[in-house]
Design a protein around this ligand. Sequence first.
Ligand SMILES: *Cc1c(COP(=O)(O)O)cnc(C)c1O
Ligand SMILES: [Zn+2]
Length: 432
Amino acid sequence: MSASRTVYELRCGECGKSYGNQPLSACQDCLAPLEVQYDLESVRGRFTRESVAKGPASIWRYKQLLPIPEGFEPDLPVGFTPLLKAKKLGKRIGANHLFVKNDAVCFPTLSFKDRVVAVALANAQAFGFTTVGCSSTGNLANSVAAQSARLGLNACILVPADLEPAKILNTLVYGARLVRIDGNYDHVNRLCTLIADEYNWGFVNVNLRPYYAEGSKTMGYEIAEQLGWKLPDNVVVPMAGGSLVRKIRKAFRELVTLGLVEDKPVRFFGAQATGCSPISHAVKQGWEHIEPQRPNTIARSLAIGNPADGPLAAKMIAETGGWAEDVSDVEVVSGIQELAETEGIFTETAGGVTTAVTAKLYAQGRIGADETTVICITGNGLKTTDALADRYDAGIAVKPRLAEFDTYIRGVDPALIGTAREEELEVAGGVQ
Ligand SMILES: *Cc1c(COP(=O)(O)O)cnc(C)c1O
Ligand SMILES: [Zn+2]
């Protein structure tokens, strides 16, 4: 490994055993998840605010802290999504310093999964896999299909049979092989573990999982950089397998270690749908173990009943003094509408979960009005339009004539013209 690269390798999170770099996700002795371990000292002095600022407007500006194989040339401009001050949403829920990290517009497939797939596929190629795949609740399927098309890899993608139609179409269009499995995500994931071994395929969230998971750190780096190299007081993160929430913390800790941000306590808050809330349930109970659930929620992208990183996520959230909450499907839909109406951001059901949970946390007083809070919006609403299917009525078709329009608008929305009209009449002396 050349001196310009970070030295990294897989290590067991429990017993510390080293595994070098290979497609493997669990320790062979204690079955604990493997993590990518870095020698941060090897980049000290070379990874600075200035060097990052000179990098591309994508996750690759942080490549020195990512497990990228030697010789890998970044191609797609993934990530580096907007961080927006959310004044109107903040006002509505009693938050004076609220920010939205908007991965609803992540490139190339409109969810934060583009980050993890970019890192996983770089490793899949280095390990020599020609067929890649994943078990997915939807967004991962879209991203693996798109990015493997571009890289010229074969893709075989397994999903629960009841996935949203848009997420199925958004996988098939890239020419990937999609296999619908008659079962929930946990069934699909178990099957993928067997398939990866049997056929020697690179499954991004199975045998490549440690590398995949590191891609999530880029969301944390971006938040810190976009806040002007400062850490927020709180982060609210949706949880499926529980990986993203942990990796944002890891990103912040690395930036502190390397001196790019000042150290300060950051509290982490996890968000789930009540219909699949094994991690928030554990946090509320004060547990470090997970009781698996059978998912039943419209937030299908978060519907993992037995989350791989659940125990570690629950433990981490508690350690930071944070909390986890969950919301009903009705609240999820309200959350989607609230974010759209206040900030002009159309998120998918997972973002509805995050927005509604954030409102709940402020209402409960768990987050103070003057604290700086970043909420992570991780997916795009155009992929889950079925969640809103019966909410809106586009109305009748009006004839293209002013008189017809006038009659129509007075009928459906008189307030819209009311003010202007009354002022005019007042000037004419017609209204008392
Ligand atoms: C996968 C996913 C998550 C959660 O990711 P984990 O790392 O598995 O917790 C959040 N939001 C969306 C939209 C997702 O697709
Ligand atoms: Zn071990």
